[in-house]
Design a binder for this molecule. Structure first.
Ligand SMILES: C[S@@+](CC[C@H](N)C(=O)[O-])C[C@H]1O[C@@H](n2cnc3c(N)ncnc32)[C@H](O)[C@@H]1O
Length: 117
């Protein structure tokens, strides 16, 4: 595991190379199942890594733990499109009170959990 700046930028991050915003971005590399998120906190989290059921369950739990004081917004991509994502989020919404406010954004493949209040 290591931390890198934009020298190994990939995917969407590449779009910021050479801009003022690049200095504000730190790209972290690792497997979300084993990555140590404990030093980090966030107010907005976008979950869009592995679409396998077990990973989505794990990534969702990690995302929740990342919210500072359990407050903030989590957005998942590919809900309703990838079976692992859809099943994991449907189950969490029904079985875990912390995810009870999970909602699909109609007309999109996004699901959102708004825990700002
Ligand atoms: C569907 S793409 C999302 C791309 C991303 N939203 C973007 O705009 O660059 C999934 C990305 O998650 C990465 N990925 C897949 N499984 C992962 C895992 N277990 N841990 C971390 N990243 C993973 C893939 O390598 C890929 O870059």
């Amino acid at each position: 595991m290591r931390t890198a700046g934009l020298d190994r930028a990939a995917g969407a991050v590449q779009g910021f190379l050479g801009t003022d915003a690049a200095r504000k971005i730190t790209q972290l590399f690792g497997d979300s199942a084993t990555f140590d998120f404990s030093p980090y906190r966030a107010e907005l989290i976008f979950v869009d890594a592995s679409h396998a059921y077990d990973y989505v369950r794990n990534d969702s739990a990690k995302a929740l733990a990342l919210l500072a004081d359990s407050r903030g917004v989590i957005v998942w991509h590919d809900y309703g499109e990838w079976p692992g994502v859809t099943r994991a989020l449907d189950e969490l919404a029904k079985s875990d009170a912390r995810f009870a406010k999970l909602r699909w954004i109609r007309g999109t493949t996004l699901a959102v959990l708004d825990r700002r209040s």
